[in-house]
Write a protein that binds this ligand. Structure first.
Ligand SMILES: [Zn+2]
Length: 326
């Protein structure tokens, strides 16, 4: 069984004492890769260094968290594009909106900065890692605002044709049906889907628009994101006894749209609550998803690992081979 932690923060000082041991434990727990997410510009260099880990199993994302949106300036985009040239930089994020009370940046400023960063990701052909936090559990203001921005960036008439296909599956009649190529089986055991970019918005070259990190929205929001081609990042809250409503939402969404993440050092699974989270705890998330859907853990592992490969385009030309040296 192989799993990919699609979102973690191992550059965090919480790992300063034992970062290598944490990575060793991740590989021992069956993880084939981790994606290190830099949330502020100060952390870009640390994340890039980590992605040069000799195991060849670490990748990174160039982010600018809404908490620090007030530090955004025009030159940020130039520097972000420069950072994205690193061969192991696979995404722009996390970026987004945070309407929770501890975020001091005014909402209009957050929206403006998010849109600039998201457009930059699309221009550079990179998927987006979305952070979207509501002011309270029953509010949907942040998602409503984010979806209206995403609708402008990814016009729905074009993006609705984004659909996950499996080997041998026909997309049926449609304007782009002829351009769909089958998955390629690579010797890494992962599959690459070459058709997506051709059916994506003309102004985007990213294979998929991105992922809604730590998704905890409603069924309707989840379906809209999936319709646009976004993946949904599932974290350890799915293991919490009180998270029945989250599990109910996830049961209604296709496994082909889910990826697993730990968000380490945050959000430890139920059995580790109160402590530091780390990528080797990811199997608990996969097991909870599998139990909830009544399918074997292996089914969830295989699907989410394949989804993660597609999300971050691990196999695009110019990207060093997956698992090189490790
Ligand atoms: Zn995060």
């Amino acid at each position: 069984m192989s799993l990919i932690d699609t979102h973690c923060h191992l550059s965090d000082p919480a790992f300063d004492g034992d970062r290598e041991a944490v990575l060793e434990r991740a590989w021992a727990a069956g993880l084939s890769a981790v994606v290190e997410v830099a949330d502020t510009e100060e952390n870009w260099a640390k994340a890039r260094n980590l992605a040069e880990h000799p195991s060849g199993r670490v990748w990174w994302a160039v982010g600018f968290h809404p908490y620090v949106a007030d530090r955004f300036e025009a030159a940020t985009i130039t520097r972000l594009k420069e950072a994205l040239r690193h061969p192991r930089a696979v995404a722009v994020g996390e970026i987004g909106l945070d309407y929770f009370k501890h975020c001091a940046v005014p909402r209009p400023r957050q929206r403006e900065v998010f849109e600039s960063l998201a457009r930059c990701g699309v221009e550079e052909g990179k998927p987006l890692i979305l952070h979207c936090r509501e002011s309270s559990p029953d509010s949907i203001e942040a998602w409503t605002d984010m979806l209206s921005i995403l609708d402008r960036i990814f016009p729905s008439s074009q993006c609705r044709s984004l659909k996950v296909c499996h080997p041998g599956e026909s997309r049926g009649p449609g304007p782009n049906a002829d351009s769909v190529k089958p998955f390629q089986t690579l010797d890494t055991g992962f599959r690459r889907y070459d058709g997506l970019s051709e059916r994506h918005c003309p102004n985007a070259t990213a294979p998929v628009p991105g992922v809604a990190h730590c998704f905890q929205g409603t069924s309707e929001i989840g379906r809209r994101l999936v319709d646009m081609g976004f993946f949904l990042g599932i974290d350890a809250p799915v293991t919490y006894p009180k998270a029945e409503s989250l599990r109910a939402v996830l049961r209604g969404l296709p496994l082909e749209s889910l990826v697993l993440e730990t968000d380490s050092p945050y959000l430890p699974p139920q059995a580790r609550r109160g402590g530091r989270n780390e990528p080797s705890f990811l199997p608990a998330v996969g097991e909870a998803v599998a139990r909830d859907r009544g399918v074997p853990t292996e089914t969830v592992a295989r699907a989410t690992t394949s989804n993660a490969g597609r999300l971050y385009n691990f196999f695009s030309p110019g990207v060093p081979p997956f698992g090189k040296g490790g």
